[in-house]
Design a protein around this ligand. Structure first.
Ligand SMILES: Cc1cc2nc3c(=O)[nH]c(=O)nc-3n(C[C@H](O)[C@H](O)[C@H](O)COP(=O)(O)O)c2cc1C
Length: 343
């Protein structure tokens, strides 16, 4: 069934997304999840201009690079966009200052509970703050700390992930908190039918990463995009933890030589930990830097064998390179049609 511009399905979709679109200032509550090296000025502005909500991935960038990226994105974007900061970044405080100076309206904090003061400072600067809630208890804690919206991201997603699937997180968290705080669902969403389902469960919107990688506007190397177009869901596998003493956050990426290299890297870092050359914090930081480098090799240089091709299980639903506006239009049409067929 198709959903025309004024179809009942589209009207219902807009109703269900209303709190999300109010919060984001976009036409549709479809966030482009921040992806390091990928979510930069071109993709982010394209998503926002097409009616979604683009988010810059700060990743390992320092304050100066982030500043430039915000300015360049603002030049291209006619609609609001956000900035994703990683809580364990050693210069988090300076990055928050950059966002404030540039008048960033939406900040997303990823990578664990925000350190003391970060939430207050972001909010005092006037930005709306979204944080990742990997469990119900943490969702409640984040709400009490004053965050304005939550993302719940399941283990189907690409990149660094938690242990629980999107469908289970949605059932555990949405019925309890969705009335009190806007919740966006992420992980494994490849088509509009899934968007419709999570909205009906109480989400105000969704966040997709994998589905936007093969956008025409995305600067990822042609090899990276080809790997996405070829891959099926089962090829987006999890990294393995080699040493129980060295907890590493699992990463979902396409199966390749790099997954083997990562095991060797863990052995090397664990060895240095044993020898007393480094502390646990430093060991974990080294692992994170390793990932940033490996992802850059694949995304920017196109080395999809020894670089990390981070991808979610929805990669099987990425079929071709197409413009962001087409991707969003397809997702919206599928979601609207699904809602209309349910009556
Ligand atoms: C290549 C890649 C890089 C990512 N990098 C980041 C990141 O730097 N920060 C972050 O919060 N999430 C990151 N993510 C997660 C996305 O923001 C998003 O939540 C996720 O892709 C949603 O799941 P999906 O891939 O199933 O659509 C990344 C995902 C991918 C695929």
């Amino acid at each position: 069934m198709s959903a025309g511009p004024a179809s009942p399905g589209l009207r219902r979709l807009k109703q269900l997304m209303h709190r999300g679109t109010e919060f984001l200032g976009s036409d549709f509550a479809i966030m482009g999840g921040a992806m390091s090296w990928i979510s930069e000025r071109h993709l982010v502005s394209a998503i926002s201009n097409a009616g979604g909500f683009g988010v810059i991935a700060c990743g390992a960038m320092g304050p100066e690079l982030l500043d430039t990226e915000i300015v360049e994105t603002a030049k291209r974007a006619t609609r609001p966009f956000g900035v994703n900061l990683i809580t364990m970044h050693p210069q988090l405080s300076e990055l928050i200052d950059v966002c404030a100076r540039r008048g960033v309206t939406h900040v997303v904090l990823a990578g664990g509970l925000p350190p003391g003061g970060a939430i207050e400072r972001i909010k005092d600067n006037g930005a709306k703050l979204t944080a990742f809630a990997p469990a119900l208890a943490l969702a409640k804690k984040l709400m009490r700390s004053g965050v304005d919206a939550l993302v719940i991201e399941g283990m189907e997603a690409g990149g660094h992930i938690g242990p629980v699937s999107t469908s289970v997180l949605a059932q555990e968290i949405l019925p309890v908190v969705a009335k009190e705080i806007p919740v966006f669902v992420a992980g494994g969403i490849g088509r509009g039918e899934a968007i419709a389902a999570y909205l009906e469960m109480g989400a105000v919107g969704v966040q997709l990463g994998t589905r936007f990688v093969c956008a025409t506007e995305c600067i990822a190397h042609a090899n990276f995009k080809k790997a996405f177009i070829r891959a099926s869901a089962r090829e987006a596998i999890l990294s393995v933890q080699i040493d129980p003493r060295l907890p590493v956050i699992p990463v979902r990426a396409l199966k390749n030589q790099e997954m083997t290299n990562f095991a060797a890297k863990q052995r090397e870092v664990a060895g240095r930990l044993d020898a007393g050359d480094i502390e646990m914090g430093e060991a974990q930081l080294q692992i994170e830097h390793y990932w940033a480098g490996a992802l850059k090799r694949a995304v920017i240089d196109g080395d999809i064998e020894s670089g990390s091709v981070m991808a979610g299980q929805s990669v099987g639903m990425v079929k071709r390179e197409e413009a962001v506006a087409e991707i969003i239009a397809e997702l919206v049409a599928e979601a609207a049609a699904a809602l209309e067929s349910r009556g």
